[in-house]
Design a protein around this ligand. Structure first.
Ligand code: GLC
Length: 570
């Protein structure tokens, strides 16, 4: 065998974890040679504030609750928290209907509580990111109240108002993401207003410079309060075709029972990018990051969000990755290649408050815990910034409503029974095995699932093989291993239908990641001659199977859904 040609051998059989580092290490990133920005090395963690931790027993989480969990988050290895909207809101869409952008909803606390949280988080080396609901406001926002009051009101043109058709029908055929027409008739002024989401969420008119100024000032307000950036909500949808042309209808119906439609004239219009460039200019004054809720259909569309000169969204989320809805090595390989092909810094997400939890989407019902570790091992070792969703690290599952009268999410109300809405993935964080999972002393706003008894922070902290401990170990590696911080992504064994394998290569070091995405034991070998690495020097970093034998290795046998991560060198 030539010097450059090596096979790896791993005989992997039992289920204990192999750790080659200690827990006493801190999560701080080593000096990074690549001159990364802070958000490239950060692990983001999405907190749904209603459901994270309730400090006052009203059954709804709050800012003081979040603050009380900073130790937990910092020990986990989180660098930035994205808090979904906590501004004053009628809560029709649980905060995504904002009635005042420059305050905190009393149910979550006060602006002073927010400032306190930012300061406390800073001490934990954690940054706070706000959710910027940029496309629409609440219908109770003073801007909209004024807008709807008369056709000549000061804010009339801050929203999209149009006459109906001659027969009184809505101005065009656009469908709301929440079901039904995207237009609502308002009798006071005899015109329709446009709402992509619920009727209580009228779309702002971004063609009006006064809207841009007011909204940009909102970001300045929060930068002054110490936030490190924003997640831009529904950012694809800022602009509408000025002629309001009908969208093409596609065959079939969607989950809400509406005709399928190509949103050609109200989604991802080119004008979006002009606003984003200017918004980025404001963010750059504060070294802030913009994270995008960007639902793209191709690498080209995703690439556009970074900006022609990397001057738009630093972290556009790649939801095409989430379209892979079952474990499949070829499908994930393809999506990773797609993200890499944009030339931008990838953002990996496997779950959020709008989609069923990754634990149930990928779980096979038998090996769910193991599969949760496998998914974590993938998205936390890829080149890019991961955005975790609260509870993912303990294997929280969906707890969907069983009866229509229990549904809280407006989408579930319209979509029932075909679509049960998003309540199931928004249930209270499971802190311990007590009645309400330690989330509240009151009655939680959504019920906790029975699995909270076993899948909770307290129990899993005491179990070395738990999903939580696996996340902790992965996050340590993610921060500390130079190849995982800075290394290139190199796909390996690209024809393997069952095993996703890749190198993260940095100078003369590399990390090998091997993920068995099948329910059978898989045998494999790697030819790294092209990469110039020697597996004779492979050292196990983390595995869900038995520690690999040290020394020279000839082949790998990996149990169903097993993870193997090793350091290799030249
Ligand atoms: C985004 C949010 C979602 C919300 C919608 C309307 O998609 O993630 O939860 O319902 O925007 O604001």
């Amino acid at each position: 065998m030539s010097q450059n040609f090596r096979f790896v051998v791993l005989l992997v059989s039992s289920v204990s974890l192999a750790l080659s580092f200690s827990f006493s290490q801190t999560k701080k990133t080593p000096a990074n040679a690549e001159g990364h920005q802070w958000w490239q090395d950060a692990v983001f963690y999405e907190v749904y504030p209603r459901s994270f931790a309730d400090s006052n027993g009203d059954g709804i989480g709050d800012l003081k609750g979040i603050e009380s969990k900073l130790d937990y988050l910092s020990q986990l290895g989180v660098d930035a928290i994205w808090i979904t909207p906590c501004y004053p809101s009628p809560q029709v869409d649980f905060g995504y209907d904002v009635s005042d952008y420059e305050n905190i909803d009393p149910m979550y606390g006060t602006l002073a509580d927010f400032d306190h949280l930012v300061e406390a988080a800073k001490k934990h080396h954690i940054r706070i990111i706000m959710d910027f609901v940029i496309n629409h406001t609440s219908d109770r926002h003073p801007w909209f109240l004024d807008s709807k009051s008369s056709r000549s009101s000061a804010h009339r043109d801050w929203y999209i108002w149009r006459d109906g058709k001659a027969d009184g029908q809505p101005p065009n055929n656009w469908i709301s993401g929440f079901g039904g027409s995207a237009w609502k008739f308002d009798p006071t002024t005899g015109q329709y207003y446009y709402h992509y989401f619920a009727t209580a969420q009228p779309d702002l008119n971004w063609r009006n410079p006064a809207v841009e100024k007011a909204m940009f000032d909102v970001t300045r307000f929060w930068y002054k309060h110490g936030v490190s950036g924003f997640r831009l909500d529904a950012v694809d949808l800022l602009f509408e075709d000025p002629k309001l042309r009908d969208n093409p209808i596609l065959p079939g119906k969607d989950e809400m029972g509406d005709p399928n439609m190509l949103n050609k004239y109200n989604d991802k219009l080119p004008e979006n990018h002009d606003v984003l460039r200017r918004l980025r200019g404001v963010a750059d004054e504060s070294d802030a990051v913009l994270v995008g809720e960007t639902y793209t259909d191709s690498a080209a569309e995703l690439k556009e969000y970074y900006g022609a000169h990397n001057d738009e969204i630093q972290l556009p989320m790649d939801f095409m990755f989430c379209t892979v809805d079952k474990l499949s090595a070829p499908a994930f390989r393809k999506q990773i290649a797609l993200a890499e092909s944009t030339g931008g810094w990838p953002v990996y997400v496997i779950g959020n408050h709008d989609m069923a939890r990754s634990y149930v989407r990928y779980g096979d019902g038998k090996h769910n815990d193991q599969i949760a570790k496998l998914m974590a091992a993938m998205y936390l070792t890829l080149r890019g910034t991961p955005v975790m969703y609260y509870g993912e690290e303990i294997g929280m599952e969906n707890n969907d409503p069983q009866r229509k009268e229990d549904v809280r999410d407006p989408m579930g109300v319209t979509g029932w029974p075909k679509y049960k809405g998003r309540d199931g993935e928004r249930t209270p964080m499971q802190w311990d095995g007590s009645a309400n999972a330690g989330f509240t002393t009151g009655t939680p706003w959504l019920p906790v699932p029975a699995s909270a008894k076993t899948h909770n922070v307290a129990t899993e902290s005491n179990d070395p093989n738990s999903i939580l401990q696996f996340y902790r170990q992965l996050l340590l590696l993610h921060h500390q291993n130079q190849a995982l911080v800075d290394g290139d992504y190199v796909a390996l064994n690209q024809d393997d239908p069952n095993v996703l394998a890749y190198l993260r290569r940095y100078e003369d070091q590399a990390v090998l990641v091997v993920l068995n995405m099948s329910a059978a034991t898989q045998h494999m070998s790697f030819n790294l001659s092209g990469e110039g690495f020697s597996f004779a020097k492979a050292k196990t970093l983390l595995t869900t199977s038995a520690p690999a034998r040290s020394g020279r290795l000839d082949q790998i046998a990996l149990e169903p859904f097993a993870v193997y991560i090793a350091q290799v060198s030249r």
